[in-house]
Design a protein around this ligand. Structure first.
Ligand SMILES: C[S@@+](CC[C@H](N)C(=O)[O-])C[C@H]1O[C@@H](n2cnc3c(N)ncnc32)[C@H](O)[C@@H]1O
Length: 300
């Protein structure tokens, strides 16, 4: 076993690319091009198919009590999977808008909604500058977006601004530091994870959501949802993410090429045996816009 090489990152780290997919540019507003978009869509489709993601989504929709006739906004709607789902839940008397800054993701989402015959619209916009009036929305859905934002606090302020009193922001995000990984030397695995996290704008997004929501004037339900997104064996056999993280750690100078190759080979071998285990925790928060005393009286 090689020992870990730990020396300071002296140069601006190079952003490693595979299949048009780079750790630093993945899921960014300006990331376009057929190869990069196809990879991002594939990643989202694979995650949509994960039972663990479905469990957290069901929990959040239920805890947030999304109801017929409500107005919802899906912030960072990606391929529009949850935009379509919210549209079905609110029905013909409700309204759903997907806000998505990436033009190509917006096009994929609009095509999929049209093919499914779902009345959802998609609009260009940023989580930190929602193109919506104050107090105009019952439900904000924001899933796995904050991790890509350098200023997640500004996004929480925007969610609080557009929510009506009594409205809910359902905020789901990962905390990448929670990753567990089998079959790779722990020190090498840690270097790979740190190389990955250095490329993501807000890799520990989840743990700051309660503070950011409360700072924005929302309350946070004490019951927090969670799920572990467990990568299936076929993904780990030729994992894009593991390869990029390993390459990034080599480029950063924190592991050697030999250590990277050894780690990836160990992961592939374990996945072939069916026992590789790689998981990251995603948390779900129900954040509520308080109803002031006078408004509460009017609702009674
Ligand atoms: C990991 S994807 C999640 C997509 C979708 N919410 C889901 O869970 O399937 C992150 C999405 O956030 C979008 N995004 C990135 N920066 C954003 C920003 N500043 N404001 C809003 N959305 C953003 C990306 O374009 C991408 O579609």
């Amino acid at each position: 076993m090689n020992s870990i090489v730990l020396h300071a990152v002296e140069e601006e780290p190079r952003n490693m690319s595979e299949g048009g997919f780079t750790l630093g540019s993945a899921f960014q507003p300006g990331t376009t091009g057929d190869e990069a978009v196809a990879t991002m869509v594939t990643v989202l489709d694979e995650q949509d198919a994960a039972p663990s993601i479905e469990r957290l989504r069901v929990w959040a929709l239920d805890a947030g009590a999304v109801d017929a006739g409500e107005t919802c906004v899906d912030v960072g709607s990606g391929t529009g999977t949850m935009t379509r789902r919210l549209a079905q839940l609110v029905g013909p008397t409700g309204q759903v808008l997907g806000i998505e800054p990436n033009a190509e993701m917006r096009r994929v989402a609009a095509d999929r909604a049209a093919s499914a015959g779902v009345a959802a619209t998609f609009q260009e916009g940023l989580a930190t500058a929602l193109p919506l009036p104050d107090a105009s929305v019952d439900v904000v859905w924001c899933e796995r977006v904050l991790q890509h934002l350098p200023d997640a606090q500004a996004a929480l302020h925007e969610m609080a601004r557009v929510l009506r009193p009594g409205g809910r922001a359902l905020v789901l995000d990962s905390d990448h530091e929670s990753r567990v990984q089998s079959d790779i030397d722990p020190a090498v695995g840690r270097a790979m994870l740190e190389a990955f996290m250095r490329q993501v704008a807000n890799p520990r997004a989840a743990r700051s959501i309660p503070r950011q929501a409360i700072t924005a004037g929302l309350t946070v339900d004490p019951d927090v949802g969670s799920t572990a997104l467990v990568a299936p064996q076929h993904q780990l056999m030729s994992s894009h993410l593991a390869r990029l993280a390993a390459e990034q750690a080599v480029a950063d100078g924190t592991i050697t090429r030999e250590q990277a190759d050894e780690a990836l080979a160990a992961l592939t071998t374990a996945a072939r045996q069916g026992w590789a285990f790689s998981a990251v925790t995603i948390f779900g928060f129900v954040c509520r816009k308080p109803v002031s005393g006078r408004e509460e009286d009017a609702l009674d």
